[in-house]
Structures are given as structure tokens and as C-alpha cells.
Design a protein around this ligand. Sequence first.
Ligand SMILES: NC(=O)c1ccc[n+]([C@@H]2O[C@H](COP(=O)([O-])OP(=O)(O)OC[C@H]3O[C@@H](n4cnc5c(N)ncnc54)[C@H](OP(=O)(O)O)[C@@H]3O)[C@@H](O)[C@H]2O)c1
Length: 412
Amino acid sequence: MTRPRPYDVLLYGATGFVGAQTVAYFAEHAGGLRWALGGRDAARLEAVRAQAGPGAAQAGIVVADAQDARALRTLARKTRVVLSTAGPFALHGSTLVAACVEQRTHYVDITGETPWVRGLIDRHHTEAAAGGTRIIPGCGFDSVPSDLGAWLVAQALWQAHGEPCTSVKAVFSLRGGLNGGTFASMMQVLDSGQQDLVADPFLLNPPGTAPDDVQPHADPHAPHRDADFDAWLGPFFMGPINTRVVRRSVALMAAPSPFAADFHYQEYLRFGRGPVAALAAAGFSIGAVAGQQAMGFGVVRRLAQAVAPAPGQGPSQATMDGGSFRCELLGRSAGGHEQRGCIAGQGDPGNRATTRFVCEAALALALQADALPGGSGRGGVLTPASGLGEVLARRLQAAGMTVAPLPAGRNN
Ligand SMILES: NC(=O)c1ccc[n+]([C@@H]2O[C@H](COP(=O)([O-])OP(=O)(O)OC[C@H]3O[C@@H](n4cnc5c(N)ncnc54)[C@H](OP(=O)(O)O)[C@@H]3O)[C@@H](O)[C@H]2O)c1
């Protein structure tokens, strides 16, 4: 990045439901940074900028359609960091990432489309690594709490006992709504016929880093009473996304790694303690499997599409403000030591928390590149933990989230 670029951060997909929230976040938190809104429609971008108030008045506007390679190349040359919320990413993200890698522009997004991320790794990891360009998908609710949380717990065990972490279990509680864009992305994955890829527990790992026997890492499907969390737990619907990201982080971790070679990670949804919770966990587990199978039929997908919110729509302000999430973690070390952790925050996970996660990720890249894992020269198709690590954890805590345990030795 030798030539000066007019912008530090460009918010691509700024007209979308989450995109407009990233604009509002930057209007409030971007301080002296030079930033811009990006998308395919100038008039709609101007309307979103005006809606965000005086804090956005100086923000630029860059117009580029997601399929226009030349316009996206020009866009990527104008900024040091791209933050994209233009999904489904398999439809609107590939040309943009290619432009960012070519122009050495750091990139973060909020995708949960793991087959698409696998394609990015195959096409771009080597070139991005050579160019020192950080391409970091999955910086929304999927998969920041899982990925940062597992790493923080493992790191704490390593610091306290000098022992690698052999397992982390994460348990989620959440309250929130569904975005039309999220539903469209789920449909995109189903329609693409890539369910076999989605089911691979090590889909995102670098070549040669998956164990011979992947069965012990398979996604859970049944409920169980968990003594560690004193609650009934069921499968977490985002586990098939988050666990792949965590496993990639573990594989990318530079030596000495806080993770053991046979590290296990799994995550669950919390239902509570009593018999009602047991029934709910069982019902939810059966429903999840049945629902997944039913969605294999086109007629069921069309029915679901008819009742789900359309792209551009999402939960009400009251639902978003009243939402919350809590990700509790328990790690164990090779010598049997235990470490608990927690990442939690107020607001709908898919909107308020996702906006905070991805905006703070972009701000970390723009403002603290030298402090990031591996130093300013590191690049590749990375994960929140391997690409942003402690810097993101501290930024999220400063932004009001619960993030624990933070590494000792600095002012928290
Ligand atoms: N990780 C998480 O927890 C999380 C949470 C929420 C959402 N998401 C993901 O984020 C994505 C966006 O969600 P959303 O609810 O904000 O969706 P949305 O409201 O439908 O927004 C989609 C955005 O993509 C843009 N877009 C579509 N086609 C384009 C094209 N050809 N060129 C340029 N831009 C184009 C849209 O622009 P126009 O306005 O011009 O149509 C809009 O800005 C989805 O993939 C969703 O799954 C992830």
C-alpha cells in the first residue's frame, strides 16, 4: 500500500438492512477516519448517508455493482479496508474479494456461507498471504463469539498453567429476530446443493490439517443434560458454521500454539434446568433435523420463502434493541485444568451485535494494523481470532461487550 488512498474504510452494501446499521455505527464511532459508503445505487447510498445524520456528512460515496470487476477494482484501490455486508456473498461477494486481494486492500464481512469461504481460501489464500492482505470473512455473530471465545480460553489456560488446551465447549443463549438477507443466504446455500460441504467438520481447514478420523468432531444432533453447565443443551443451529471457523483458527495458529494437536471444539444451545427445558431441548433437536430434511424439498422452501422477511427487511427496532446474546465457554487443558469464559452483549445478535463485531473488526484493521496477530505484514484468508485476535477482543470490551478472559499484562 504505497500510494495514498482517499479512504481508510469503505462500507460496501451500505443500503442493506445491516449495511445501514454499519453506516450509523461509523457515523458515531469513526472519529477522524476517512470513510465511504459503497453500493450499486448512488441515490439510495445518499439517502442512507443523510439518514445517518451529521456524523456521516463527510463520508464519501463510491458506486460499483457487485458483478462489475472493473468498478470494484477501482473501488478497492480507493480504500485501505473494505467492510462488506452485501450478501448472499456467494452471489455478490466473489468479485469484490478478488479485487481486494489484487489491490492489497484488507477485507472483512459477515458471511456464514462456509462453502463460499472454502472457495475464497482455495482461490486467494496464497496470494493474500504473499501480499500481506487480511481477508477475514465471518466477522459477524457468526463467528466472532465462538472464534474469539475459544482462543481467549485456550490462551488463558496456556498463560496460567503452561498447558495446551484440549477442548472447549461453548453454550449459547440468545434473543433476537431474522433478517431477510440472512434467510436469502440460507436459501442460497440450500439451492446450491452444497450440503455435503456444509456437513464437513473440517471444511475450512488448510490442506493436510484435518484428523484421519473426523467422527469425534461431528455436529451434535441430540439433546443432553450437561453437568458442566448445569442445564439441558441442544444442538446450536449455527454450530455447523462456527465450529469450522474455530477449527481453521486452530490450524492457522502460529507456534507455540495454546491449542493441543487433538483439540476438540463443540457448541450448543442452552435450554434451562427442569423437565420443561428437557422437553424443549428434545423438541428443538427433533425439529431441527426434520426442518433440515424438509427444506430439501422445493415446495417447502417456497412456502418458507413466502412467510420469511424479504431481502432488505429485518426485525423491528424494539426487537433489535431488546435482543441479547451470551456465549459461555469452558476449556480444559491437557493436565485437567479448567478455564471459563464469556462473550455477551445487549441487542439482537444478527443486527446490533453483528454491526458492532464487524465495524470494530474494520476499525482494528484501519487503526491498529501493527498490533494485529503476526504484525502488519501478515495476510491470507484468515479468521477473527487468527487475523484480529486480542486487538478485536479489547475493542469489543471497550465498546461495551462482556469479553473474558482477556490476557493479563496490559490495562484492560
Ligand atoms: N453473521 C451474521 O450474524 C449476520 C447477521 C445478519 C446478516 N448476515 C448476512 O449479511 C448479509 C446481508 O444481510 P442483510 O439483512 O443486510 O441483507 P439485505 O438487506 O438484503 O442487504 C443486501 C445488500 O446487498 C446489496 N446488493 C445486492 N445485489 C447487489 C449488487 N448486484 N451490487 C451491489 N450490491 C448489491 C444490496 O444492495 P441494494 O440495496 O442496492 O439492493 C444490499 O445493500 C446476508 O448475507 C446475511 O446472511 C450475517
